[in-house]
Design a protein around this ligand. Structure first.
Ligand code: KG4
Ligand code: ZN
Length: 344
């Protein structure tokens, strides 16, 4: 006689608080992403020209619980229907991570459900799986954020081999610092991309760092210095400098992605993290992938930068595989390599 197995609907709450965004997501195994809420602290930090960690932590304390309540209301999920709480355990700012961890562990303990610390970059890496058209494993992932530039070999969820990374500034940091040099304020990436639209791509040619030698590592700090020196000589050509920086950075990423795809033999590329919202990068990668018969996947624009949906999703896969921290310890990992993760 065949037994009917009724699978329980897992409903995971995700909490993101690693930097300057408080993000909440609710992911259900039956219905996918059913709610997400985001509060960006951009205005809070703008006058300081960058993220002030203590202010970030205090603001996460203010916003996390109200956003959880809003997300529950929007999805019509009752608190006692949640089956797990996932939070960003690292990498990120210690104080900010502690807020998410404390709230997640306390809530899970109070509800008697498991909690789990998720790797922020695994969240980014899996974010394209929130879309209807999903990438298939194995794939190469290019993770481009404010703190990381990583090329990763991904045979399956949870198994990550870093093929290349930035030896100095992350590409998002390069965008932010160059924007600061040009007086564009914080956050710099979107502002620089916006100004670059008015620039002439043929006016200046910046180098494509580390593309003239084998390997998959990156270096972006020299590009920022190149921008500073050009700005010194041509102070009235901000848009052209922004364009030259953007073209050089995005083409460098594209060249290295092509190399990583050839190295692995994979025909699928996933691109995620804040800089994957950059349209010039998408254009360059789309062209390279088309020429090489490779499928490329990005998150929706609102899920490129930090958000709670990707943390709920990453937590969901791990809960599904039976992983959790059973002791409700408030634990964070401000420095944490993707390669240390437990495979599913
Ligand atoms: O993933 P994310 O939100 O936070 C981190 O985990 O770091 O990425 C933020 C980074 C910032 O450096 C920001 O300037 C950059 O992503 N960024 C962009 C764009 N949107 C965000 N860079 C270039 N073009 C954009 N449109
Ligand atoms: Zn991020």
């Amino acid at each position: 006689m065949r037994r009917l197995v009724v699978k329980k609907n897992l409903i995971t709450l995700g909490i993101e608080s690693s930097c300057d965004e408080t993000g909440i997501g609710i992911y259900s195994s039956n219905d996918g992403l059913i709610s997400h809420k985001l509060f960006s602290q951009v205005k809070l930090h703008a006058e300081y020209g960058g993220v002030v960690p203590e202010l970030a932590s205090r603001d996460h304390i203010q916003k996390t619980v109200p956003l959880i309540k809003e997300a529950l209301k929007e999805s019509s999920v009752k608190l006692n229907e949640l089956t797990g709480v996932a939070y960003t355990a690292g990498p990120g700012l210690s104080g900010a991570l502690l807020v998410g961890s404390s709230i997640a562990q306390s809530l899970a303990w109070g509800l008697g459900i498991p909690a789990l610390g998720v790797h922020h970059m695994e969240g980014h890496l899996l974010a394209p799986l929130l879309e209807e058209k999903k990438p298939e494993f194995p794939f190469v992932a290019l993770l481009v954020s404010g703190g990381h530039t990583l090329l990763v070999d991904v045979p399956r969820i949870g198994e990550y081999k870093i093929l290349g990374e930035s030896l100095d500034d992350a590409v998002g940091e390069g965008f932010d610092k160059t924007a600061k040099i040009l007086g564009l304020g914080y956050p710099g990436g979107p502002a620089l991309a916006n100004l670059a639209k008015k620039g002439d791509k043929d006016r200046f040619t910046f180098p494509r760092p580390m593309t003239d030698r084998p390997g998959l590592d990156f270096s972006f700090s020299g590009l920022k210095t190149f921008a500073r020196n050009t700005f010194f000589d041509f102070p009235h050509e901000k848009a052209n400098i922004a364009k030259a920086f953007e073209v050089a950075a995005t083409e460098t990423l594209s060249i290295k992605c092509n190399r990583a795809l050839k190295h692995t033999g994979y025909k699928c590329l996933v691109v995620s993290g804040g800089v994957s919202a950059n349209l010039s990068l998408r254009e360059s990668l789309n062209k390279m992938c088309e020429e090489n018969d490779v499928s490329v996947f990005y998150p929706a624009l609102n899920f490129c930068t930090d958000n709670g949906a990707m943390i709920a999703l990453a937590g969901h896969y791990r809960f599904l595989a039976g992983q959790s921290n059973q002791n409700y310890e408030i634990s964070i990992k401000p420095r944490w390599s993707l390669e240390e993760l437990q495979p599913l």
